[in-house]
Write a protein that binds this ligand. Structure first.
Ligand SMILES: C[S@@+](CC[C@H](N)C(=O)[O-])C[C@H]1O[C@@H](n2cnc3c(N)ncnc32)[C@H](O)[C@@H]1O
Length: 350
């Protein structure tokens, strides 16, 4: 294991390691899903369909104008499609006139699960397309609502640190069976990107820098869509610094069977590697490609102000059982409620 990663060089940037561990042929996100209660971690759409129904209600009441003949719904990184399924089932039931105009597009890089997505959404199959990358989507001139949950935290990132005014990136090095992290002076292109985004840097605080990925997605979106609303939900904060947490080691971490660690070099291919999104940086990238930020909320604020409590299944209240306790996690400050944020962007119509 890891040998192919070091084929060309004894040292590689941390970002290459993340790409290898998550997205290479045997990578974590190339297998069947581990995003499950019995897997490695749980996400909001899996906790309750009420989460997707709240997003659908937001889309119907606050986003869509119902002027166009066609409306596209796009999800990035849907995994098995459960979020999209609860969104479109709700629209079909409560706004058939809008449902009639919908086309549904799911962008999931893991082609091994496209069949599962198609099965789950088989009720909507005439409207459905599933692609592996955003570049496969044809250019759209109609109104589009794009959403994603825990997509940006799954992208590859660099790890950087400033020491005595010199910027370094973390590389990993293999010596026989041992893997170690080493600091290498950052190259000119990375330094130029840091200068371009102009957030502050605190010496000796490690930060994650997923800039090439962010730029790739916002660039692609700006080229593909002319009237676009984007709703991103993920964990993280807005920060004026490149780092977004008080921990000087940064936020990157692994999830393995619901345990969190920084043990990156064990369980390779069997654990997730992730980091907190710095929403300030995300917003600056979006702005660079013509998007305007129109809202930023904690998950609990967003869900409660969009009436998630109206979507609690009555049976769940009667039972007052485990599923109700799970449901509370969506809005509880100590669970998903404050850690997760919603940010909303609009691509200015050209
Ligand atoms: C953390 S999981 C979240 C899954 C789901 N959205 C949820 O909330 O349960 C990240 C998902 O994004 C997908 N993904 C990661 N990078 C992607 C890319 N570049 N294009 C499309 N999908 C991607 C992964 O395969 C995975 O299904």
């Amino acid at each position: 294991m890891l040998q192919d990663l070091f084929n060309k060089s004894r040292k590689v940037p941390f970002s290459d390691f993340v790409t290898y561990a998550l997205y290479s042929e045997n990578g974590y996100y190339r297998k069947g899903s581990h995003v499950e209660k019995n897997g490695d971690f749980l996400t909001s759409p899996l906790v309750s369909r009420a989460y997707g129904e709240t997003l659908a209600s937001f889309f119907l009441t606050k986003v869509i104008h119902n002027r166009s003949d066609k409306i596209s719904l796009v999800e990035l990184g849907p995994n098995d499609g459960r979020l999209m399924s609860s969104v479109v089932d709700y629209i079909k039931k409560s706004a058939p006139n809008i449902y009639q105009k919908l086309e549904i597009i799911l962008v999931e890089q893991n082609i091994n699960i496209h069949k599962n997505i198609a099965n789950l959404l088989s009720n909507h199959k005439e409207k459905l397309s599933i692609c592996a990358t955003i570049t496969d989507i044809e250019k759209k001139n109609n109104e589009t609502f794009l959403f994603c949950n825990e997509f940006f935290d799954a992208l590859t990132f660099e790890r950087c640190v400033l020491k005595e005014n010199i910027l370094y990136i973390v590389n990993i090095e293999k010596e026989k069976k041992n893997i170690s992290e080493v600091l290498i002076k950052a190259g000119d292109s990375l330094i130029r990107k840091i200068e371009e985004y102009d957030l502050q840097i605190e010496e000796n605080f490690y930060f994650e820098f997923p800039i090439l990925e962010y730029e790739k997605y916002f660039y692609e979106l700006s080229k593909k869509f002319s009237s676009l609303h984007v709703l991103v939900n993920d964990y993280g904060e807005k920060s004026d610094f490149f780092h977004s947490s008080p921990d000087p080691h940064g936020t990157c971490r692994c999830f393995y069977k619901h345990k969190v660690s920084r043990d990156f070099y064990n369980n390779i291919f069997d654990q997730d590697i992730t980091y907190d999104v710095n929403f300030e940086l995300l917003s600056l990238v979006a702005k660079k490609y013509g998007f305007k930020e129109t809202g930023f909320y904690s998950q609990s604020d967003f869900l409660l102000s969009n009436n998630i409590l109206d979507f609690i299944p009555s049976q769940m209240i009667e039972d007052s059982n485990q599923s109700l306790r799970d449901f509370k996690k969506l809005v509880s400050p100590n669970a998903f409620g404050e850690k997760f944020k919603f940010i909303i962007f609009k691509l200015n119509e050209k």
